[in-house]
Design a binder for this molecule. Structure first.
Ligand SMILES: *[C@@H]1O[C@H](CO)[C@@H](O)[C@H](O)[C@H]1NC(C)=O
Ligand SMILES: [Ca+2]
Length: 336
């Protein structure tokens, strides 16, 4: 007979050990805010002067002093922007500030935009105005549900990694090839929308901030992702029969300072084929805040608080376990 919490001797110890190991792996992923570096050659910021050599603007894209409009709120427009400098960082985090707005009523607007980290740049095609069989990573902000049988709420954010062998299926909103995703009410909001895409040590994380609370909500978090260095960042958008303004306010790329083993360092990272070893994120479609602030990863005191809470949790569990165990012993004594 065991108590409800199952805190028996060896089991309990094992649980504590697991917790400690778990904490260790969490710590390994946390970067120090002070060690983050904005990389200007891969960033696009107001008032966009002098970025002409670092960014190409294609199609319907219009650059003003306060936003880069990929498409206007008009039918059949395609626009994109592409960083001209390949990115050789192994660990990075891209923050995109954007705004999707238009006169269309609910479900009468489209199609959305995409953020890219790909081998090829400036290859127009049917996927939010980029080619369908791309090499690399795409994060889609799909505002229109093409699949009438879909049970999802749109706009829908999803991610896809491709080695050029798979075509994004626009008619099904890319559902068969997605790694994970979430719904987010990003359209016609009073505030700009923020999206963070982090790639570090094979882990892809996508977070979104819709309510201007300076707080990230996790959208996608998946491991086993392999992406090479030397690819290009870009953003693109398209309208069809339905339309929206798709405005990029800024794209800021941060280098994450992460240690790699000497073996890893010696690999030629430009030769990596984009791939994913897990097919589905375990945390698909979740909506809980990570408590991570926009612009800064977990800082020292947050790590400390996290550690403190975990330790408190362990202590409480140990005490409760001990009390339950003792109570049971006493009861057993009374019975014999
Ligand atoms: C590309 O991906 C497909 C499936 O996702 C896989 O079967 C194929 O072997 C991959 N090709 C290369 C060159 O890695
Ligand atoms: Ca769609």
């Amino acid at each position: 007979m065991r108590g409800a919490c199952g805190c028996g001797g060896p089991t309990h110890l094992a649980a504590v050990a697991l917790l400690v190991v778990g904490l260790g792996s969490v710590f390994g992923d946390i970067t120090d805010g002070a060690m983050e570096h904005l990389k200007r050659e891969h960033s696009l910021m107001k008032p966009y002067q002098g970025v002409g050599s670092q960014w190409d603007f294609w199609g319907s894209t219009l650059v003003t002093s306060s936003y880069v409009r990929l498409t206007p709120d008009e039918r059949s427009k395609q626009g994109s922007i592409w960083n001209t400098v390949p990115c050789y960082l192994k660990d990075w985090e891209m923050h995109v500030q954007f705004k999707v707005h238009g006169s269309g009523k609910k479900n009468l607007h489209g199609d959305g935009l995409a953020i890219w980290y790909t081998r090829d740049r400036l290859h127009p095609g049917p996927v939010f105005s980029n080619k369908a069989q791309f090499h690399g990573l795409a994060v889609f902000v799909d505002t229109y549900s093409n699949d009438e049988t879909s049970d999802r709420s749109f706009p829908y954010i999803s991610a896809m990694v491709n080695n050029g062998s798979v075509s994004y299926d626009h008619g099904k909103d890319g559902r068969s090839s997605e790694l994970g995703g979430c719904s987010a009410e990003i359209r016609n909001r009073d505030y700009d929308t923020y999206l963070a895409v982090r790639y570090s040590k094979g882990r892809l994380t996508v977070m979104v901030d819709v309510d201007d609370k300076n707080e990230w909500k996790e959208c996608i978090d998946i491991g086993g992702v392999r992406l090479p260095t030397g690819y290009y960042f870009g953003a693109s958008a398209a309208t069809g029969d339905l339309s929206d303004n798709h405005d990029i306010i800024s794209m800021k790329l941060y280098q994450l300072m992460v240690e790699h083993s000497p073996e890893e360092e010696n690999l030629d990272w430009t030769k990596i084929e984009p791939s994913v070893s897990l097919l589905k994120s375990p945390k698909d479609n979740i909506d809980d805040p990570t408590g991570n602030f926009r612009g800064t990863p977990l800082t020292g005191w947050k790590v400390f608080l996290l550690l403190l809470c975990s330790l408190l949790g362990i202590v409480v569990c140990a005490v409760v376990g001990a009390v339950v165990f003792q109570k049971r012993q006493e009861r057993n004594k009374r019975f014999y």
